[in-house]
Unconditional design. Structure first.
Length: 233
C-alpha cells in the first residue's frame, strides 16, 4: 500500500530576486557548519510575512511506513542551487524549488523506522542514512548511488560534511533483521572520506547529530552531556 506525504512551500509574490548560493543555501541539518540554525536572508520580515501565499504543493508517494505508522515528512528540507532535498526512511527526493517539479527520487528497501532527520548536501553529493544501518552517498544531479557504508550500529541523525569528511554518530545499539532494534554496545562517531566512503577515523562515543564547529573537533550532545571529540582513532 502506498500513501501520500505532502511538502508545502509558501512564497511571497514579487520576491523572486536571485541571491547567491552562498547566501541562500541551506546544505545541512544545522544550516551551516557552525550549527546555529540561523539564516541571514532578510526578504521575509515581520512586516511582510502576512503576504506569504501558497506557491505549490508536492505530494510524495511513499510505501506504508510499517509498524502501524503513517508516512510523514519529519526531516528538515535542504536547499542548494535552487533544488530542495528532503527525505523519509528509505527515500530521498530532489525537487525544483521554484516549480515543485520532481527532479529525481531515490528509494531503497531497508526496513522500517519512525522517522528520518534528513540528509546533507555538499559538493554535488547527497548523504543519507537508512533504517538498516547504512550511510549512502547519492549524486545530487541524478540520484544515482556513489557509495554505501555499512555502519556497525543504527545511524541516528543527519550527517554533517566539513573539509571533505562526512561525520555521523550511531546509537548504542544495532538493527537485527529489517526492523528490530537491539540495544547493545556503545554509540560511536565516525568520519568517512566524502568522496570514497572510506573510514578515516572513529571514536567510541556517539549520540545524536554531530555539530561541527571547526575542522579540529566534532561537537555533539547526548544524555545530558556535551562532547568534543578529536578526529583521531
Amino acid at each position: 500500500m502506498r500513501a501520500s506525504a505532502t511538502l508545502l512551500l509558501a512564497l511571497m509574490a514579487g520576491t523572486a530576486s536571485a541571491q547567491s548560493s552562498t547566501q541562500s543555501s541551506w546544505p545541512t541539518y544545522h544550516g551551516d557548519d557552525t550549527g546555529q540554525h540561523h539564516s541571514k536572508l532578510d526578504q521575509i520580515t515581520a512586516g511582510n510575512v502576512g503576504a506569504l501565499a501558497l506557491s505549490w504543493v508536492y505530494h510524495a508517494q511513499v510505501p506504508s511506513a510499517g509498524m502501524g505508522l503513517k508516512p510523514a515528512i519529519k526531516a528538515t528540507p535542504l536547499e542548494v542551487d535552487g533544488v530542495l532535498y528532503f527525505s523519509m526512511p528509505n527515500q530521498v527526493w530532489a525537487i525544483d524549488a521554484r516549480t515543485g517539479h520532481e527532479i529525481w527520487t531515490y528509494t531503497t528497501k531497508s526496513g522500517s523506522a519512525i522517522g528520518n532527520r534528513g540528509v546533507a548536501v555538499r559538493n554535488g553529493t547527497v548523504y543519507m542514512e537508512t533504517p538498516d544501518s547504512h550511510l549512502v552517498a547519492l549524486d545530487a544531479a541524478t540520484g544515482n548511488v556513489k557509495w554505501r557504508y555499512a555502519t556497525p550500529a543504527a545511524v541516528h541523525g543527519a550527517a554533517t560534511v566539513v573539509d571533505g569528511i562526512v561525520y555521523f554518530s550511531t546509537l548504542k545499539g544495532r538493527h537485527s533483521g529489517s526492523a528490530r532494534f537491539v540495544k547493545d554496545g556503545p554509540g560511536k562517531t565516525f568520519g568517512l572520506s566524502a568522496t570514497t566512503g572510506k573510514e578515516v577515523w572513529r571514536r567510541n562515543e556517539g549520540r545524536y547529530t554531530p555539530i561541527i564547529a571547526d575542522g579540529q573537533r566534532v561537537y555533539f550532545t547526548g544524555l545530558g552531556h556535551l562532547y568534543g571529540l578529536e578526529p583521531t582513532r
